[in-house]
Design a protein around this ligand. Sequence first.
Ligand code: ZN
Length: 483
Amino acid sequence: MRTLIKGGTVVTATEIMQADVLIEDEKVVAIYAPGDGGGWARAAGDAIAGALSEKVIDATGKYVFPGGVDVHTHMELPFGGTYASDTFESGTRAAAWGGTTTLIDFAVQTIGEPMMDGYEEWMAKADGECAIDYGFHMIVSDVNEQTLKEMDMLMGEGVTSFKLFMAYPGVLYSNDGQIFRAMQKAAENGATIMMHAENGIVIDVLREQALARGETDPIYHSVTRPPVTEAEATHRAIAYAELAECPLYVVHMSAKEALDEIIAARDRGSNVFAETCPQYLFLGWKNLNEPGFEGAKYVCSTPVRSEEQGHQEALWRGLATNDLQIVSTDHCPFCMNDHPTLGMQKQLGVGDFTKIPNGLPGVEERFTMMYHGAIDEGRLSLNRFVEIIATTPAKMFGLFPQKGTIAIGSDADIVVFDPGTHQTLSADGIHMDVDYTCYEGTEVSGKVETVLSRGRVIIENGEYLGTKGDGRYLERGTNQCLI
Ligand SMILES: [Zn+2]
């Protein structure tokens, strides 16, 4: 099966070029200057490629981008007395609609259980369900001798990154000694340690005190997780990673004070990296303060922060300077109204913000919102846009150049994007299994038009053409961003 994408502007992390892309089966096999009739050989080559292709996609006036790589999602995650509302089926399909063709989700170890059991459980949940290719990170909930051995075993399964929590005492929390032991293991076997960096012990005190004062509204979720709790934990995680000499990747960064810790570590030459998410770049306390219980839509951890404190500006600057390397979503949706099968979700926290399930939807909007922020609002170049949503995520988690770029031999995961279209984001238009979008009413330019996953067209003319189970499990290599 050959497909030709003709007439578009191909954009990678390093190139912007008028080029046609020839795909054979699952791979890109040629990228060449479009035939302009100026040279018979070129024209003939173009005609031959066209004639040999069963499908020709006209990308005239459009961008041809690598498919997005989202390295932080939580499909079907059990959390806060319910489950994230997207299944692997609905969530990966929504990702495809939004121009993301690879995601890395998190398998979870249950405390007291072998880590391999958690891995097998999540592999079974995703098996035969996904619309796009996927891999797993492993959440380590219980660091002990057995778990440390299992980290080696999982490296052999292509799970090369392990996430620990300095937040959520009694649930996912690891103490400093446990974190340090996991880091020493990572230094030994080549894994990357991912950190949820918030001081959960202090946050729990602040939450209790807020509730005692009758501060129960959604805004207090952010008030009780002040920037210093993120910055302090980030500082501590970096200190232990430097001591253990392992790569560290701090997830969902939202505070400028935490970013300062990353900048300092990178200036020291440490293998320290961080991601942020669209919610921290576009949302703030004005959202958490929406009337009634509406603010619950935006409750996630780390929290969205006050617009007055300069966090958004600092995060955008970090993305521009490469102090932040990746934008992922932390997609973890919960419905505002009852979910048809899961029942009450966000409303569990009416009258008590500590009971609002933490998480928000975003897997479908990342590509569009980041294009909006980068290009419409003029903050980043086209190349940098591609780099932070596709190329670096693939490199950071050992998938490059199979994923994250358009190159000869790479998987044909491609988005044809029409920059000339304008759209207003709305809950009516989403494919995620959730009843709202965080970006309701946002006007953006550009639209994901056609999506190919390993050479198969899965989104075209406003229709999903794939089937569940098309997505394949990705055994990942190690971090390709190390100094
Ligand atoms: Zn997360």
